[in-house]
Design a protein around this ligand. Structure first.
Ligand SMILES: C[S@@+](CC[C@H](N)C(=O)[O-])C[C@H]1O[C@@H](n2cnc3c(N)ncnc32)[C@H](O)[C@@H]1O
Length: 251
């Protein structure tokens, strides 16, 4: 574990390098924060559709602020200054920006995504806003590539239906969570093709890995749910060969 942490620290120093400015937009070299976990080929196929990545955001930030989406998540997940929160599938950074302000100088946001271009645009936004507690992490569709025991909370907002390899993704996410950490998943209780994840399907896929649901909330003023899970520890995380894929209707 110590060698792994040293490698992760070395990788992370190379994480964000600034290239010369082009106009007001800069290019950033954003890469993985940790070595690869288990490869996708070891995991079962999800046996369900996966939504395409079509946008870095869900609706406008004004619409989301009107029902205080970020405040609701912070309260329901007990997010406090000084914590480290992973915004997995951060997109254009609606939550990253608001979390950065909430977490303060002693806390951190790790803004993670599989789309390099979205991360680059977000890095520009964060630089313009002069927010200094945000780190960026590139992920792979089956592996968030985050340092071990780095997160108090992981939020996955309107992105789970786009995760192409959910079993591998959840397996490789678990080691990044500290003891006692929570995973908050926000999505719409509707078909994957309509950019949602039916709740029954979500629960089944998380349970297949050993995640335990600890709360379920309906966001006020929005159609989305927030499902909160406790991740499995090393001892009770299902090994890939024991994962039974879900056979739940996608409706
Ligand atoms: C609809 S956007 C939502 C962005 C943001 N969370 C929000 O609520 O506005 C979905 C994001 O998830 C990202 N994404 C899709 N699959 C992913 C994966 N396996 N790991 C990390 N990010 C992923 C996409 O690139 C996209 O930025």
């Amino acid at each position: 574990m110590r060698i792994y942490s040293v490698i992760a620290a070395l990788v992370s120093t190379a994480v964000l390098t600034f290239a010369p400015a082009v106009g007001s937009t800069q290019s950033f070299e954003i890469t993985y924060l940790a070595p690869p976990g288990k490869p996708a080929r070891e995991f079962p196929d999800p046996k369900r559709p996966v939504a395409e990545i079509v946008s870095p955001r869900r609706s406008t930030e004004q619409q989301r602020d009107a029902f205080d989406e970020s405040g609701q998540l912070a309260r329901l997940l007990a997010i406090k200054p000084g914590m480290t929160v992973g915004d997995i599938g951060a997109g254009s950074g609606y939550h990253t920006v608001r979390l950065s302000r909430l977490l303060g100088r002693a806390g951190h946001v790790i803004a993670q995504d599989v789309t390099q271009d979205y991360l680059n645009q977000l890095a520009n936004r964060i630089k313009r806003l002069k927010l200094s507690n945000v780190r960026f992490a590139l992920g792979e569709p089956h592996d968030p590539r985050l340092p071990p025991a780095s997160l108090d909370v992981a939020i996955l907002v309107h992105m789970y239906h786009e995760v192409a390899q959910p079993y591998a993704f959840l397996y490789n996410l678990a080691p990044a969570l500290k003891h006692g950490a929570r995973v908050g998943i926000v999505d719409l209780d509707r078909r994957i093709s309509q950019h949602g994840t039916p709740l029954e399907l979500l629960r089944c896929e998380l349970a297949a890995l050993g995640y335990r649901q600890i709360a379920l909330h309906q966001l006020t003023g929005d159609a989305a749910y927030l499902a909160v899970f406790s991740p499995p520890n090393e001892a009770n995380r299902k090994p890939p060969r024991d994962i039974v894929p879900c056979n739940v209707a996608n409706r």
